[in-house]
Design a protein around this ligand. Structure first.
Ligand code: HEM
Length: 122
């Protein structure tokens, strides 16, 4: 995520000059054990049971849809679409017995050995 600095400013003890574009590496924020806790690399949907902001040390450090006045306009639509999509997938397939649960970090978190699904004729 990026923001252009419109005037010379300081963030903590870092001086930033007008015109510089500052990038936030969101993946690092979402996986840093210092911020997210020691299980930051584990796939654990349960940690969201009490809402997004309770998942990490600083509520604003969890920002898959950005943050502030330019936050993603489609956040709620996309979240709803994901819920519908997951429900549709789960209702039509079961995981193959050969499936090995092994999420790893590439550019995003992906299943290391893929996800094999059993397809049955409806
Ligand atoms: C998984 C799905 C999506 C993700 C992860 C995502 C993520 C993001 C992020 C990180 C930003 C930048 C926010 C910022 O700079 O603070 C953004 C902006 C935006 N997104 Fe999404 N987005 C998703 C889906 C959608 C959908 C479905 C729509 C529209 C239907 C949408 C519309 C927008 C728009 C219009 C902006 C620009 C907002 C602005 O600059 O004021 N996004 N999105």
């Amino acid at each position: 995520m990026s923001r252009e600095v419109y005037e010379d400013m300081k963030v903590g003890n870092i001086a930033i000059t007008k015109g510089v574009v500052v990038w936030t590496f969101v993946l690092a924020l979402h996986t840093d054990p210092e911020i997210q806790g020691n299980s930051s690399y584990e796939f654990n949907p349960q940690k969201f049971a009490d809402g997004d902001v309770k998942t990490c040390k600083y509520p604003q450090a969890y920002m898959p849809f950005g943050i502030g006045p330019r936050v993603c306009l489609g956040e709620h639509l996309a979240t709803m679409e994901f819920k519908i999509l997951i429900a549709l997938i789960v209702s039509r397939f079961t995981l193959s017995p050969t499936y090995v649960h092994s999420p790893i970090l590439r550019y995003i978190i992906v299943p290391q050995y893929g996800v094999n699904l059993c397809v049955k004729k409806l």
